[in-house]
Design a protein around this ligand. Sequence first.
Ligand SMILES: [Zn+2]
Ligand SMILES: [Zn+2]
Length: 189
Amino acid sequence: MRDPAPVARHHRRRYAIAVAEEAQKSDPVLKPTRNRGNVGLISDVFLQGGEMLDITGGCLCGQLRYEANAEPIFSAVCHCKTCQKQSGTAFRVVIAVPRPAVSIQGSPKIYTRTGDSGQQVVNRFCPDCGSTVVIEPAALPGITIIPAGTLNDASWLKPTMEIYCDDAQSWVQLGGATMQRFPKMHHGG
Ligand SMILES: [Zn+2]
Ligand SMILES: [Zn+2]
């Protein structure tokens, strides 16, 4: 019998590309221009070419947990002020997964703010320990952002880009030729 996995995989990939390209259309920062030069098709940058992963994680105290069986759409080191403030440190590593793949167990509280895009960003966080476990930007409707520090297993993770480098703390030099650097490029935050 034919293994149905390759077909499903193909569909997931198309979905991921559609989500990424939709995000690019709605966000002028992401639009490719000759001047910026470093932004090609968003799918080239974003798509990890990865595999389906059982992504699980949760908050510090453990009452809030999430899981997603998904192929990450992108992963990034974000230097933006919101990530600095919310994480309490110099930058935050985030991964993006298809929103329908994510399920949450426990009782999150919701904090909503207006992102750079001018659209709402929903943060779901633990009311007991304060960890934000998922971020749902209206600007990226098909995408859920997961702060990578909340992952149970981050051993597979290799961020492919640094974003909001304009806001990076001056001492931070992550190096690594494999990461593309962008002055901005919002992740919905
Ligand atoms: Zn907690
Ligand atoms: Zn950020």
